[in-house]
Each structure stands twice: as C-alpha cells, then as structure tokens.
Ligand binder design. Structure first.
Ligand code: FE
Length: 139
C-alpha cells in the first residue's frame, strides 16, 4: 500500500496534476482525478467482505467500514454509511442528463463514486464506490 498524501513542494516545475500522474497508476488517475468509473463487477472490492476499513487509495484517509458494506448487486462496492461525514465531500453532478451526488475524498478531492437514496436500512443510503479509489486496511 502506498500513501500519497504529501506533495512535493521542492519541485516547483511540476503541477499538482503532474504529481498525481506520477503517484497514481493510469487507472487510478483516470478514476480518482478525472472522475471516471470502473466497469461494474470488475473491481477487486466488489465481493470483498473481510473485516477492516476502506481508505482513499490516493491519500490514505479512512472512508468506509466493512461493517456497513453490503452487496447491492450493482457491481460496485456498496456501503450504507461513511465512517465520518467529515471525510467526504458531496457534490451535485449533472452529467449524463441526470442529477446524482458525487462523493469525493475531503482530504485530496479524489473522486470516489456516488451516493444514492435507494439503500437498505438503517440509513437508506447506497454509497456506490469504485474499487480503484479504495485501498483496504484489515482489522
Ligand atoms: Fe484522499
């Protein structure tokens, strides 16, 4: 696991975007920094039910607990809640002629996925998150 939260302040020639390109794999860059979406049922955490926490792959901030993970059938890792609401940012997303709520990491602004109102109890929320945006920390 690589944590990528620190920025290189000594190299003034590289832009923040260049730094992310160097620190992330091309797939991670596309999803985390360009707001892409992994193919459904392709991600390594879709059917993953070990105990622990899911963290931001780009900066290491804790995001989701395995205790809130459920199989939504969507093909993406799904959670009923976030570990701490301060750790995510919610942004209205009007792409593709619809209104969705985008979820970003509050620390590094990486794109994580979207949150929907059709989840199971107790929250009724379905946090639909790309595996590529996550890393897993076992309990
Ligand atoms: Fe992050």
């Amino acid at each position: 696991m690589t944590l990528l939260g620190s920025t290189n302040t000594e190299n003034k020639m590289s832009s923040p975007q260049d730094e992310w390109k160097n620190k992330l794999t091309p797939e991670q860059y596309k999803i985390c920094r360009l707001g892409g979406t992994e193919s459904p049922f392709s991600g390594k955490y879709n059917k993953h039910y070990e105990k622990g926490s899911y963290i931001c792959v780009a900066c290491g901030q804790e995001l989701f607990s395995s205790t809130t993970k459920f199989d939504s059938g969507s093909g993406w890792p799904s959670f009923t809640d976030v570990m701490n609401s301060k750790n995510v940012k919610l942004i209205d997303d009007y792409s593709y002629n619809m209104h969705r709520v985008e979820v970003q990491c509050s620390k590094c602004n990486s794109h994580l996925g979207h949150v929907f109102d059709d989840g199971p109890p107790p929250t009724g929320k379905r946090w639909c998150i790309n595996s590529v945006s996550l890393d897993f920390k076992p309990l």
